[in-house]
Design a protein around this ligand. Structure first.
Ligand code: FAD
Length: 335
């Protein structure tokens, strides 16, 4: 394990934006993680835990502390329908592994970049599924008590793109997670694009068919990461009371609304509003723009600064508030 100095962070993120890390280390074991945390404590450095860097915007000034990149991988263990893996495993490789073994539950989360650790922190979701629906146990390193702990799904306090790991930011490092999947076919094709593809066929789609369809929808919707920088959807969809959402719908009758079974609220599709109510698709600040195929996605041409992205985000937040009186929050972690 090597503590490197003045390392460019942009290549470690999918935005391809950001300055230098004062110190940078890759950890492959829990012992290395503990050693890195000790190093930071001794030198009085702030720490940043990095997974796949697919949900982060790093400032142009970089990070004046220790970046700890989690590459803890111990293979994937299957026990019946229970699947366990370490935090540094690539999320989509885990999905492909489960799909190949006939295990249902995460196929709708196909194609999301990043690591298992990042997926747990974010409680990733897509196409009517969320990781918290199948997550049973998370192993963490608790930096408050300096010990490894097991947290139940309930203790992780998952919500829409939220968890205890975001509420108590900096306290826990995710080490591993266990998922409870199902060997009984349980296709979740509630999402409109999936319904259009599968509902009329009369036959239950296979796991491979669902994964294939999701990967192809995502290819059409998200920027090609080899060409453009992005962190996926930049903003969270606003959650409103049903009464407020109905008032908005009177003004925009074509706007779809999504129930949130876990809350009393209704999820309002921000991409739809940005596109149809505010006509902001394609709106740009220098190299940063709201992506033409999906307005919730901020895309950045190579060489775009974090400042450009921040300015774009600020303008969008202001326009949404001024026109619709809705406060929108970033889903992406802005350092
Ligand atoms: C093209 C594209 C499409 C996307 N589509 C989706 C989507 O459909 N749904 C969705 O939910 N997200 C989506 N995302 C966002 C992103 O891929 C996910 O949030 C992903 O789970 C982040 O994982 P990561 O390893 O890259 O995390 P990072 O970006 O490295 O980190 C994200 C946050 O988690 C923390 N973190 C990371 N690993 C750990 C750990 N082991 N322990 C503690 N904290 C940790 C970091 O400190 C940071 O705060 C998309 C992103 C892109 C670029």
């Amino acid at each position: 394990m090597e503590f490197q100095e003045n390392i460019a962070l942009a290549p470690y993120t999918t935005f391809k934006i950001g300055g230098l890390a004062r110190y940078f280390v890759v950890v492959k074991t829990v012992a290395e993680l503990v050693e890195s945390l000790d190093f930071a404590r001794d030198k009085k450095l702030a720490t940043l835990i990095l997974g796949g860097g697919s949900n982060m915007l790093i400032p142009d000034e970089g990070f004046d502390g220790l970046v700890i990149k989690i590459e803890i991988k111990n293979g994937i263990t299957v026990d019946g329908t229970s699947v366990a893996a370490s935090a540094g495993e690539n999320w989509d490789e885990l999905v492909a592994f489960c799909v190949d073994r006939g295990l249902w539950g995460i196929e709708n989360l196909s194609g999301i970049p990043g690591t298992l650790g990042g997926a747990v922190v974010q409680n990733i979701g897509a196409y009517g599924a969320a990781l918290s629906q199948v997550l049973t146990l998370v192993a963490v390193y608790d930096t408050k008590n300096n010990q490894v702990k097991m947290l139940s799904a309930q203790e992780c306090a998952f919500g829409y793109r939220g968890s205890i790991f975001k509420e108590e930011e900096g306290r826990y490092v995710v080490l591993a997670a266990t998922l409870r999947l199902s060997s009984t076919p349980a296709p979740n094709i509630s999402y409109k694009d999936l319904q259009a593809r599968f509902a009329s066929g009369g036959q239950t789609p296979t796991l491979q068919e669902i994964r294939g369809e999701i990967l192809s929808i995502r290819n059409r919707k998200f920027p090609d990461l080899s060409v453009l920088g992005t962190a996926g959807s930049f903003f969270k969809n606003p959650i409103m009371s049903r009464a407020d959402a109905e008032v908005l719908k009177e003004k925009y009758p074509d706007m779809p609304l999504f129930s949130m079974p876990e809350t009393e609220g209704v999820k309002v599709p921000l991409a739809w509003l940005l596109d149809n109510a505010l006509h902001l698709k394609g709106y740009a600040v220098n190299g940063a723009r709201l992506f033409e195929k999906q307005a919730l996605v901020v895309a950045a041409t190579r060489g775009t600064s974090a400042q450009d992205v921040k300015e774009l985000v600020h303008v969008v937040q202001k326009k949404v508030f001024d026109e619709l009186k809705i406060k929108i929050e970033p889903e992406v972690k802005i350092l």
